[in-house]
Write a protein that binds this ligand. Structure first.
Ligand code: GAP
Length: 548
């Protein structure tokens, strides 16, 4: 395989995604909607195949896991209990010069005596920023190419302007303790809380009308009191789009456990859309505002969480690796103590080596009994489990009622789709029909993930070949295998098209088919062609898919 330059790999995958119909920018003809993506004809199949594989391995193949499909809009009290309404917010800051918005808790933190250079994108931008800073703060920073100099940290609350290498500042300004991540700008706004959940209103309520009436009636109120009053009106009918699929599994714990007579340890799984008003959307579909998750809450006896955490970390890692070409690109990362979410006592990230480095693909968290206890407290429901076979460790009596602990493998579907596109992308030099070197792009998607499993290609559009091909395609459909009839362009172009689509098998119907009933089956990765009986084609493809 030709060496993939890692930064251009991302560009190539984005470009191929559009050309071949995997992923499109949302509302592209209107200029596109930032951070929203549409999954095209091949992308929708790939996404569903990833989800189906996950469901098969997490639900169908396990006696101890059951599934649900809950509503996206849930009772607002769910988000109060889970802490999302209070805590699903980040301290946000704007750079007053570049207007860059970022999370204060993730920003670089220069220390006293450190210089505060502002790194602009280019010289033109540097000139503009010098002027903007002069206008707003009345100081003229020195410019060297695209970098602006002159600011230094004095102490944890103060920074100064030090022109001409002097050791005394001519001006001082409040210092926030950090700078903007992209430019290093210390000229920042106050921190503001920002809720990551998308809010909407439910019911036939005229919220704007109510707000207008309230404002008219309370003209004498100051801004803060007016805002509090308006918040009260909005909150009455406010609902939120779920920011994770997890909470429904806690809220429906009792219904699921009782309706299916499940015994701890057992899990509840769900896949579906989640929404987060992300501050930073980045790396194509890696982080977007609307995305899909595949999550499972596995309820275990208190004290057994460590062994179950290791168990699920390993199962999930195996699953990702099994469907990839290069298992070495996946690794675990244990969370440091100060990184753990408030509800977790341990957590691993399964990371993938993206073109920008290792980053999260799935989290496997030990969430303690936090969620069930919180929902029990807020709802009054008894979200506990009674094990008749066990002794209560406190009383020593037979029968133990406890709140189960939870292990949660939480994966992103759309992030997984990006991983499998990156893993599949290969450029190869291969001989063409005349034996000369030619290059091909081939998406080596696992056959079970491939959008189209088999393409059936009549060599020519006559002599009865299309009829044979179409009959074969309908045989594949009857067997539940996604096949595609394709007669456009030369056979070589059709092979290349299906290489780019990731189609693992191409079956060609040619003149010999009408004579002896055989067809050729071409393997996408080896490009080897084999003559097989037309009547056996379905079994051959079925067998290869099962064994893949
Ligand atoms: N219930 C726990 C939970 O939601 P998370 O780490 O916030 O945990 C789990 O999300 C997974 O969902 C992540 O590992 C990632 O794959 C995916 N994910 C989270 N936010 C995302 C976003 N904005 N865009 C795409 N995928 C996202």
């Amino acid at each position: 395989m030709a060496e993939n330059n890692s930064s251009s790999l991302m560009e190539k995958v984005i470009s191929l995604s559009k050309q071949r119909g995997f992923v499109f920018q949302s509302s592209e003809i209107y200029g596109g909607l930032k951070s929203a993506y549409d999954y095209g004809p091949l992308g929708v199949e790939l996404k569903r195949n990833i989800m189906n594989e996950w469901w098969r391995s997490m639900v169908h193949e396990r006696e101890d896991v059951i599934g649900i499909d809950a509503s996206i809009i849930m009772h607002t009290k769910v988000w109060q209990a889970s802490g999302h309404l209070a805590g699903f917010s980040d301290p946000l800051v704007d750079c007053l010069i570049s207007k860059e918005r970022f999370r204060a808790d993730k920003a670089p933190r220069p220390q006293p005596k450190d210089e505060l250079p502002i790194e602009c994108a280019d010289k033109g931008q540097a000139k503009t920023y010098v002027e903007a800073i002069q206008k707003r703060f009345n100081i003229e920073l020195k410019r060297n190419g695209k970098t602006l100099y002159g600011m230094k940290v004095i102490d944890e609350n103060t920074m100064g302007f030090f022109p001409d290498d002097s050791d005394k500042p001519t001006e001082t300004f409040p210092y926030r303790g950090y700078v903007s991540p992209t430019f290093g700008s210390p000229f920042l706004s106050d921190e503001r809380q920002f809720n990551l959940m998308f809010r909407s209103q439910i019911g036939p309520i005229d919220v704007l009308g109510d707000i207008t009436a309230y404002v008219e009636k309370n003209k004498e109120l100051d801004g803060k009191d007016l805002r509090t009053g308006i918040e009260g009106i909005v909150k009455k009918s406010a609902v939120y789009l779920r920011p994770e699929t997890a909470q429904a599994m806690f809220v429906q714990f009792l219904n699921c456990q009782q309706s299916m007579s499940m015994k701890v340890p057992f899990g509840i799984a769900q896949m579906g859309k989640s929404f987060r008003n992300e501050v930073t959307v980045e790396h194509f579909i890696f982080r977007s505002c609307e995305f899909e998750q595949m999550e499972m809450e596995f309820f275990v006896e208190p004290g057994t969480q460590k062994e179950w955490l290791d168990y699920w970390r390993d199962r999930r890692m195996e699953w990702w690796q099994k469907l990839a070409n290069d298992p070495s690109k996946f690794r675990y990362r244990a969370h440091e103590k100060d990184e753990l979410a408030h509800y977790a006592d341990a957590c691993y990230d399964i990371e993938y080596e993206y073109p920008w480095g290792f980053d999260e693909l799935e989290g496997v968290a030990s969430r303690t009994d936090y969620d069930l206890k919180k929902h029990a407290e807020h709802s009054g429901a008894k979200l506990s489990y009674f094990d008749q076979q066990k002794q209560d460790p406190e009383t020593g009596k037979n029968g133990w009622r406890y709140t189960p602990y939870v292990i949660e493998p939480a994966a992103g579907v759309t992030r997984g789709l990006l991983v499998y596109l990156l893993d599949a992308y290969h450029e190869e030099t291969v001989p063409n029909a005349d034996g000369e070197d030619s290059s091909r792009v081939v998406m080596k998607l696992h056959p079970r993930l491939a959008p189209i499993k088999v393409a059936v290609l009549p060599l020519v559009k006559k002599e009865g070949l299309p009829e044979i091909a179409r009959e074969m395609v309908s045989g594949f459909f009857k067997a539940g295998i996604n096949a595609r009839y394709d007669e456009q362009h030369s056979i070589g172009k059709r092979y290349r098209r299906h290489d780019e689509a990731g189609t693992p098998y191409c079956i060609t119907i040619d003149g010999q088919t009408t004579e002896d009933g055989t067809v050729t089956i071409r393997d996408r990765d080896t490009m080897e062609q084999e003559r097989i009986s037309k009547d056996e084609a379905l079994q051959v493809v079925q067998k290869r898919l099962i064994e893949s």
